[in-house]
Design a protein around this ligand. Sequence first.
Ligand code: ADP
Length: 521
Amino acid sequence: MNFPTIKVATRSRFGATGFGQISLAYMGSGGFVAVALLIGLLLQWAGAGPSAGLVFLTAVLMSAVTYGLWPGLFACVASTLAYNFFFFPPLYTLSIADRRNAITLVIFGVVALIASNLAARIRSQTMATEERAAMMENLYLFSRKLAGAFTLDDLLWAIAFQFANMLHVRVIILLPDGAALRVRAGYPPEDRLDPIELRAAEQVWNSANTEDQDRGTAPHSKHLFLPMRTGRGPVGIVGIESDETSALLTDEQRRLFDSLADQAALAIERLNLSEDIEKARLTAETERLRSALLTSISHDLKTPLASILGSASTLKSQRSALDLSSQDELIGTIHEEAERLSRFIANLLDMTRLESGAIEPKLEWIDLGDVIGSALRRAGPVLAHHTVHVGIDDDLPMLKLDPVLFEQCLFNLLDNARKYSAPGTQIRLRAIRSDESVRLEISDEGDGIPDYALERIFDKFYRVQASDKKRAGTGLGLPICRGFIAAMGGSIAASNRPDKRGALFTIVLKVPAEQPQDRAA
Ligand code: ADP
């Protein structure tokens, strides 16, 4: 499990200062005073004795700034004593002979006291500002993290982690699931809650849904449960638990909790909304596809069936009255329409197989020229009214393709080229070798494809113009092509011919790194 990397404030406002840290602070202050004493003695030796007071004052200031009020006061007392002991006669005693010296010492003590107080206050203000800045940065990073989460699970992990890190508590997050609440994330990871705790969480959830006031948790619960809410209402519950016996959240922590909970609630709501929108979009898309399928089926099944039925019943009832050529014509219609029906059904089946993931290409080494040849043979009857020009580079490598899928794809493209261009025009097929791929281009001399539709024509049931609907077709041929080619590791794109009017379809196929043995030899 990857936990989000969120910067955490290094100095905790809420963590208690350890005993070790306290004694270290007093030792540090003592050290400052000792150094001041040493410097004072050196100055006295050099004949600048009265400067010692200033040096001690510096030690007091440094102690207060570095370690805070109490170590500062400690330095203040220690300095006063050392000043007296080492600098005022009688030396090396704590008594003072001269009244003027006594006054100097008292003034020194008072000044040191005031200075240490002020310095300590500045220190604590600076620290508070730094902590607030770190907290703001943390909240800012948190909000960026939330904005970057795309799944609800990622989002909830980030939220639980952030609560745990900033408040130093264990966290559990519950979201509504139908009528009940369900544990969705926790830090440390947790996916269950004992029934008493769950009931407490549900109470908070119910009261959050009915009242404006957040009542928190009943006293018997180990967790403190609080709702996360947006302007539209509560979106979930955060449960926090800590080993500390004191109140779980101080006022400041509660404020921090609230701002975390607000951000989290908004992010959860954003994701819920986008999930709802996605669901609505999918439903609308399914609905559109269903009605497109129904229209397509009713049109594309009914039209050929009606022709077949009409021709067959004419043949049956009036065969004797028809001359041979009329009979041939009717039989031809039946054959042609049955083929159209069969193509349509094959397309529907291919699409179903593609969508259910049942297509597994059986890749084998093939010579592109061979597959092109067999696709052209199969499409021969439908291409009867067009001239087909084929150009294949000589040094084409062998490719790893599924010949059946690839031939079907070529057939669909050739069938489209003839459907969407006038009879008598030319269809061009070119296979070109480049460094790591082979490009296969199929172009015609029809009206081409408008720019806005170049990508959409690969969508299911999409047909560019109303007039296309008069031509037999399902809007499935190209999505099937793309599905097949992608399954074989290639790509297909549509464009318009640069040299003249007409559509151009380009298939790019990767050349395998190694060629088969017999070919290589
Ligand atoms: P169908 O041809 O059965 O309608 P396709 O998925 O094969 O379905 O093609 C989708 C749409 O793309 C077609 O309806 C047509 O509008 C457009 N199209 C496909 N091939 C060509 C082409 N060669 N020239 C112009 N338009 C084309």
